[in-house]
Design a protein around this ligand. Sequence first.
Ligand SMILES: [Zn+2]
Length: 382
Amino acid sequence: MTWSPLTGSERDVALAVLLDGPLPRSELARRLRLSAGSLTRLTKPLLASGLVVEMPVEHDQESGRPTRPLDIRPAAHHFLGVKLTADTAYGVVTSIRAEILAHGRRPLPDRDPRSVVAAVAELARTLGAGHGGRWTAAGISLGGRVTEHATVSSARYLGWRDVALGPACAAALDCPVVVDNDLLSLTRAEQWFGAGKGYDDFALLTIGEGIGYGLVAHGRMRSGPDASIGVLGHHPLDPLGPLCPEGHQGCAEAMLTIPAIRHRVSLGLGRDVDYDTCLDLAAAGDPVAARTVGDAAAALGRLTAAVGNLTLTDRIVLSGDGIRLADVGRPSFDAALGRDRSPHASPLDVVVRRTDFTDWARGAAATAIQTYALGVPAGGTP
Ligand SMILES: [Zn+2]
C-alpha cells in the first residue's frame, strides 16, 4: 500500500488531534512534550494537506491569550467499511472519526471471489451516491486469516484459500483497500472510537456464530496468526458440558455460541427455535430455555473472569450478535464471575455493547482509518 504514512512526532500530533480534538496548541504541546516552535513546524504540513484545520479563535484557559485550537476536518475524508459474511456484504460510510454517515447491505449471489468483489463495488456505488462516491480508503473485514492486509489466506465461511481480495477490491473501488480479520477490526474500532477509548489495556469478547477475542495491552493490539482463529473459543469452561465439533467437552464454543444455545433449547423443546426466542422463553421462565441460557450465561461469566485473571486487564467489553445472553442471564453471569475472581482482586469493569453487522462494517472502516493515519493498522506490521 502506498499512501505516504505520517511518521514520528508529526504522526503523534495528527493522532492526538484525531482522537481528542479540538485541542488548544498549549494542551497539545504539553501532552506530546513539544516546544511551541516544534509544534508549529510539525503542524504546518498537516494544515497544508487539509487533514488538520484551525478552529475559530478561543481564549486559552491558562494564559487567557487568544488561540486557535486544532481539529480534524471530518468532512475532508470519507471511509468505506465492508463486512463480509457467508451470504451478505454489509457496508458503511464513515467520517475519519468513524461516525456512520450511511449504511446498507447487499446479498452475495455466490461465494466466487469475483462475484463478491462485484457485490462490494455495487454496494459502494449505492452508499456513495450521497457522499460524492469517493473514498479516502476502504476496509474489508471477514472471519478468517488475512496476510499483509491484502490476501485472505483462509476464510471458512466463504470457503476461500489464498484469495487476493485487497488488490481486486482496490481496482474495483479505485481507492486504497485494506483487508482485515473481522474481530481484529472490531477491536480497532473499540480501541480508537468506542468502549476502549482512553484505556491502555482492555479485552473484547464477542458472542455470535463463534467466540471472538481481541486484546489491547499497553495501547497495542495483540495480532499475529493465532489472533484471528478464535483460540479462546475452545477454552474449557464446564467439565460436564456438551461436546464441540473438535471434541472438547464444555468448551466456550460448545457452551455459549448462538448455534450451541439454539441446538440445546430446540432439542429440549422438541421443536426448532431461533436465538431470540430462546432468550425470550428463558426470560419468561420456560424451564428448558431458562436452564440452557443460565448455564450459557454462567459459562460466559467464567470466560470473562478467566480473561481478566490471565491478562490482568480489568476493562472487558462484551459484544457480538448474541450478547443479549449477558442481559437475560445476568444473575448466572454475575454469580459465576464472582466465584472465579479473587475477592482481593479489583472488580472487573464489564461493559455490554449491543452490536449488529453495521458495527462490524464500522470496524472495517476503522482499520482503513488507522491505516490512513498511521501507515499501518495499530498493532500491525508494515
Ligand atoms: Zn472446543
